[in-house]
Design a protein around this ligand. Sequence first.
Ligand code: CA
Ligand code: CA
Length: 119
Amino acid sequence: MNKNVILTLLAALMLTCAACAPTQEQGVAKEQNVAEEQNVAEEQNVAEEQGVAEEQGVAEERNAIFEALDVDQNSTISKEEAGASDALQLSFESADANQDGNLDAAEYAAIMTPAAEVK
Ligand SMILES: [Ca+2]
Ligand SMILES: [Ca+2]
């Protein structure tokens, strides 16, 4: 085998690689993009489902506490009823937005919902 034949073979190999390499890389890149998009979509779905479930759970828990505090079941928490919870008693004045001396469900929800969750 002389030098020219080797060079010709090398050149042919390089041309072959040059021709095929970009195609393969594009194919791989497309597959990765598709896989990444699917993963992102799945993660968003999971996050949305978890977020909804947590919000419902928090709201139910909050309602359950409200009902437990509302001893006379008139749908508001009086200052006496708030006394059952140290934290609620401390924040009662600021929580009573319309200052009627009672916390209704909306006023109660407003102080029980962390600011980050308010939308
Ligand atoms: Ca009450
Ligand atoms: Ca009130």
